[in-house]
Design a protein around this ligand. Structure first.
Ligand SMILES: [Zn+2]
Length: 91
C-alpha cells in the first residue's frame, strides 16, 4: 500500500464526512465528492504497491559520484567521465 496516499484519502474523506455531519453551509454540498474522492484514494493506496525509495545501483556496482554512471565497485575510475570514485582503493 501507499501510505501517503492512504493518509491523504483519510484526511479528504474525513473532511467530507465532517462537513456532512456538521452540515457546514456550502461545504456540505462538497461532502459527497470529498467522501467519494477520499474513499477512492484509500482504495487506490491499498491496491498500489509501496513506492520504492531512491534508485539502487545493480549488484556489484555503484553510481559514479560525478555523472551517475554505474561503476563496478572495484573500479577506481568511471568509464564515462573518468572521475575518480571516492573511497576506491589507490586514490
Ligand atoms: Zn562518471
Amino acid at each position: 500500500m501507499r501510505s501517503q496516499l492512504f493518509v491523504a484519502g483519510v484526511i479528504i474523506g474525513g473532511t467530507g464526512a465532517a462537513s456532512y455531519l456538521l452540515q457546514i453551509p456550502l461545504m456540505a454540498l462538497w461532502s459527497i465528492p470529498f467522501m467519494a474522492g477520499g474513499g477512492l484514494m484509500i482504495v487506490a493506496s491499498l491496491l498500489l504497491s509501496e513506492s520504492h525509495g531512491p534508485v539502487q545501483p545493480p549488484e556489484g556496482y555503484r553510481f559514479c559520484a560525478y555523472c551517475g554512471n554505474p561503476v563496478k565497485l572495484d573500479q577506481a575510475r568511471c568509464e564515462r567521465c573518468n572521475g575518480v570514485q571516492p573511497g576506491a582503493g589507490g586514490a
